[in-house]
Structure formats: C-alpha cells, structure tokens
Design a protein around this ligand. Sequence first.
Ligand code: ZN
Ligand code: ZN
Length: 240
Amino acid sequence: MQWSSVPGLASLLDLLCPARCAFCGAEDATGRPPVCVACARVLSAGSARCTGCGEPRHDGRCRRGYRGDGIVVLSDYVDEVRTAVLRAKRPSGESLAAGLGTLLATKHRDVLAGWRLDTVVPVPMHWLRRMGRGTSAADEIAAGVARALAVPRRRLLRRGRRTPRQNEVPAEGRAANVRGAFRRRGDGAGRRILLVDDVCTTGATLAECRRILVEAGAAAVYAAVIARADGRLPDDHDPP
Ligand SMILES: [Zn+2]
Ligand SMILES: [Zn+2]
C-alpha cells in the first residue's frame, strides 16, 4: 500500500514536512515539488526554438546548430535559468536538476511523444570530475526526463578521457576537443535515444555523443537540453 492512499496521512505528512520548491524554497501548496508553479512558469519561458536544430525559430529547413534527429530546449541560458542550471550542478542540486528535467519533458510533451523514444541517455561526466563533485547535473536531469516520459534512463556512454572544459576552448575548437572523448558502455543497437545535457552551445558535445551512439547502431538520436546558450559562452558555464 502506498502512503498516499491512506486517508489523511498524505495531508498529515504535508503538514509535518511541507513540499518546498527546489528553486525558490517557497512552500508549494500544490504539493507537486520539486519546483513550484511560479518557478516552473519562469524557468520554462524560453524563446520558441526550432525542434530540428535548437536555434531560434526560423522558416524552412534547418541551417545551423546541432545536427541530429531533433532537439528540444527548455529555455535560453539567461537570468533565472542560468542561476538554476548553475545550482543544479552543485552536490545539493539533485532535486532541482530532476525538476528541470521534468519541466523540459512537460514543455515538449507532444514533440517527445512523436519521437517514440525508448531510452534516455545522459551526456556523461568523467568519473574523476564526477567524484570531485559527487553529482552530475546531466544524470539528474535525465532522471527527471526519464520519469516524466516513463522511459528508462541508461548510461550508455562514458568519458574515455578527460578533456579541457568546453568553455576553455574557442568555439571553433570545441568539436576537436571532444572528438574521441566518449565510449560506449552499453548496447544501444536499435534504440530510439534521447540524449540529455544541461547546456548546449555549439552542439559539439551532443554531436560527438550522437556519433558514438549511431555507430553503435542506434535507430535515432534526439537531444534535450535545459538551456541553449547563444553566441559567446558565459564564463561561468562549466559543462561536464
Ligand atoms: Zn519556486
Ligand atoms: Zn532549425
């Protein structure tokens, strides 16, 4: 029996430990953490973007940006979203990261359903870096997305080598920086995969991950990111 099915117990638990928004800390009357309704609205209010390439919406065919089967973006890498992403990377940011994942999946529910996904794959962080931080935002975001889509999350990729952080590398050098950085660690053959990361700028990391998964026989590789940073990458951005 679930505790929520016991009459009165759910509301008693709410009284004892009220649900708090993982972003603003406010008590959430709806009892639907991790992010309150007001924050959900703010964090999801990004510009409309092409689900082919992730660039601001344009007419006709995709010309720029990430070239995969498709990409959905929760918001732009500015203001509260940037604050939320940076906080989600901290060891204490797991529930916020998962909450952002839920918002991402909710905002694009119809598009994601149309992609007929069967696997959610986080962009991996090198184990050394992960050990130092104790968490990986991409992993937790992927968990939130996977739960919302009712699709399993599988870590089908790993980092084969440490690379300089993408924000330490000029935009034109980023593809070379991550080339060969990833390895397969599971069977992706025939799968329809959603790659998940926190922030995408040039798309080089997603493209390299996609290349490995396609080589492994994936049927399709889509992508989902919390934020798309346009133009110059802010100095505080620190991809895995
Ligand atoms: Zn809030
Ligand atoms: Zn496009």
